[in-house]
Design a protein around this ligand. Sequence first.
Ligand SMILES: *Cc1c(COP(=O)(O)O)cnc(C)c1O
Ligand code: SF4
Length: 340
Amino acid sequence: MITGNATAAHMGQEPGTADWRRLWRDAVTDPRELLALLGLEHLADDVLPRLDTGFALRVPRGFVARMRHGDARDPLLLQVLPQAAELDAVPGFGLDAVGDMNARAALGVLHKYQGRALLIATGSCAVNCRYCFRRHFPYAEQTAAANRWHEAIAHLRADTSIDEVILSGGDPLSLSTAKLAELSDALAPLAHLRRLRIHTRLPVVLPERVDREFTAWLKQLPWPVAIVLHANHANELDANAATACARLRETGAQLLNQSVLLRGINDDADTLAELSSRLFDCGVLPYYLHQLDRVAGAAHFAVGDDEARALVNALRERLAGYLVPRLVREIAGEAHKTPL
Ligand SMILES: *Cc1c(COP(=O)(O)O)cnc(C)c1O
Ligand code: SF4
């Protein structure tokens, strides 16, 4: 019970009153400050003055609190700290790694796979992950946010083969719950929709986002809901993230997780096994383990396909089948994520 009380206190006495917007704005954006918070000031002079990666540091303080003090190889730190290696040009790593520019079906809609369409609800994220393909995609022009839902909704209405809408981004939970409600109200009349899916990293990186207003919205949706979280390492899933997952589960939503296989962060069997176990503790099933999208600036995170397969085989030998994620790569132009 001590854990439960501590969690409630940290997340605000009354779930729902924690001001996630304030926590959002209060994120660390200065690499020097991040290193100082972790007792790693001495690294700043080496790497930082030369870095202009064009993709800013951004990380909520609650996520920083889960990093190990004094450890430059901390798996959470490495996900967010700009590195000199990002400036290397590596053949095969480009700007539109997964063919998003060709998959635009309408403003803010990516339609690659049969039956499901992805709505880019916003370009914003609470955290900037160094390996993310988003670092180059021109989201500012491509989101369906603000008052530009119409074209996206019109496409989803017209194509009755779409039975699942995926809210994505950016991170769709960057939007206010009122905005999300506007969106779900606009989708509700579409009789061919059977499911709503939400891809979000916020319950992990800023668990306070899962407040009462948000869970009330989830509960009243007219479709079964799948929420795909994004955690890459068990250390991301602290007591606050677990509380957020519990609140999401109470709404009846199905919780899944996708991870990216990342060199130096989660590229060993012990780490991946612990991630799966910890996810299940939180009521979340592992869904995909993604091979890195080949985006410029992220090549230093890449793990070879043979090594990736060997890792997942090692997981199969030691975990229940439902704790083994599907190893996939996204290949532009394919009809589905490609199993490896
Ligand atoms: C990954 C992705 C999906 C979801 O694919 P699933 O295999 O159903 O998880 C849907 N649309 C787009 C554009 C995607 O990139
Ligand atoms: S889209 Fe997801 S992986 Fe990319 S920066 Fe945002 S939270 Fe990170």
